[in-house]
Structure formats: C-alpha cells, structure tokens
Design a protein around this ligand. Structure first.
Ligand SMILES: Nc1ncnc2c1ncn2[C@@H]1O[C@H](COP(=O)(O)OP(=O)(O)O)[C@@H](O)[C@H]1O
Ligand SMILES: [Mg+2]
Length: 249
C-alpha cells in the first residue's frame, strides 16, 4: 500500500469558528475511505478541503508529497485534476444531454478530438451501466440513473481519487445497493481511490476499507479504522452511531 493523501493537523472553519480540528490521517492508494458523523459535523467541508477547494485554518493536505493548498496557483490547479468530485447537491445541467454533461470537463480541461472525447464518455457510461444514454436528456432519467451519470462525469479526467458526497441520498435501497457495487467496481477495474460520505451503515459495512468518524461535539475526528473494529471497540459515540444507524436501516 502506498500513501496517496496525507492530512496533517488540519483545522477547518470560517471567521474564527472552528468546525473540526486536529485532523491527521492518511489515505492509501486504492482505498475506499468513508467519512461519517452526524449532520453538520463537517463531512462535506472536509471533502472540499481534501480536493483543495477550501483553504485550511491550519495544517496541510499532501497529495503524493505535494501540498494541495500552498504553492503556485497554476501548479495547484494541475494537482486538483487528480480528483474527481461529486458534490452533495451535484446536479447535471438539465439543458444538456447526458453526453454533453460528460464532455464538459474534457472541453474545459483536456480538449481533444470530438471522436476521442465521445469515446471516453461512452466508456464511462458503460462503466456505470448506462451504455446507450449518451443522447438522453437528464429529465428522462430516474434518480438512480442521474447519480450514475454524475459519477461517470466525475471520472472523465481519469482521477486518482473520486470524492462522492452522499451519492445514495434519495435513492431506494435497491439502487443504493447498486451504487455500492459500482463504487467497488471502480476500485477493482480502475484502481480508483474513493472517499465517500455516507450515512448508510449498510454502505459503510459493504464498501469501506476504513471509516473516519468526525465528532460534532468534540469538533475533531475520534476514530479511523475498519468498520468491524469500530463496531467492536471504537469510542462509545462511534459505536452508538453505527448501532443506531443500523437499527434504523
Ligand atoms: N462556506 C461556509 N461558511 C460558513 N460555514 C459553513 C460553510 N459551509 C459549511 N458551513 C458550516 O460548517 C458546518 C459543517 O457543515 P458540513 O461540512 O456541510 O457538514 P456535514 O456535511 O457533515 O453535514 C455546518 O455548521 C455548516 O453550517
Ligand atoms: Mg454534507
């Protein structure tokens, strides 16, 4: 295993208000790491810091030894292309076809011949089980299909890491389980490292190599380990979180 991301002494917040601090952990290449914790504990905020979109109050995030927040802006912009992101409220452009939505990141950041770009988009659509949807309008797709297209779009620039913020929210259990399978397939077939925010304990146990718990009361991370280890002997609040969420599932 090689370390892809290293987070060191990270503190996050705005205008003097700290959301979470003293975050130190590594993400290994090819790992599926889940970020978990109650609403408002800072999961989405941490994800934005990990991809370099938010400036830390303190600390560093290193991608293969390169600081993601400090340095030449051009070099930082290039570094950020190693990340594919599906934001929590991530939506498709409704006036564009599925295919045009997928081509957008390429047109912006990595233009090449139209034929080559369309081929890349078709390949990503096949990966997420939506071959044949290139010309579809988003309004004709189900919620589960739209999430899959958004994931396909996050893969367009061949990222080393994909960050998915609650991709299963709003999906029925069958489609949520299919999304878990897709996430595992991405790692298996592309070797992609996945950072996943989810509330679903079923997903955590299905896909996570490790899960990191952000405690909203203590305003820091209190655990990072395999789901089974956390359930067996994690801090009390982490066990409560896993058990309670499990009962609700
Ligand atoms: N841009 C921002 N400016 C100020 N506060 C923010 C901003 N984004 C999020 N917050 C606050 O940070 C806290 C953590 O938010 P968030 O990361 O969205 O939590 P989670 O994803 O775990 O539900 C919340 O209290 C939220 O109101
Ligand atoms: Mg969030």
């Amino acid at each position: 295993m090689t370390t892809l991301l290293r987070v060191e002494g990270l503190a996050m917040g705005w205008g003097g208000r700290v959301i979470s601090r003293d975050l130190t952990f590594d993400v290994q290449r090819g790992e599926i790491l889940v970020l978990m914790g109650g609403s408002g504990c800072g999961k989405s905020t941490l994800m934005r810091h990990l991809v370099g979109l938010e400036q830390p109050m303190q600390g560093h995030v290193w991608f293969e030894g390169a600081d993601l927040h400090h340095g030449d802006p051009m070099a930082l912009a290039v570094l950020r292309r190693h990340f594919g992101v599906m934001f929590q409220a991530g939506a498709l452009w409704s006036s564009m076809t599925v295919g045009e939505n997928l081509l957008l990141p390429l047109r912006l950041f990595s233009p090449r011949s139209e034929r080559a770009m369309v081929q890349m988009a078709e390949f990503r659509l096949a990966l997420v089980g939506l071959q044949g949807s290139f010309h579809a309008m988003p309004s004709t797709l189900s919620g589960g299909m739209i999430k899959r297209v958004a994931i396909a779009r996050s893969l367009m620039l061949n990222p080393d890491v994909v960050c998915l913020d609650e991709p299963a929210s709003g999906l029925d259990p069958v489609n949520a389980a299919r999304l878990d399978e897709l996430i595992m397939a991405l790692r298996e077939h592309l070797g992609t490292t996945v950072i996943l925010v989810t509330h679903s304990v079923q997903s955590i146990f299905a896909v996570a190599d490790r899960a990191l718990f952000l405690d909203d009361q203590l305003k820091t991370m209190t655990a990072i380990d395999t789901p089974n280890a956390l359930l067996a002997h994690g801090p009390q609040r982490v066990r409560d979180f896993l058990q309670y969420a499990r009962q609700c599932a």
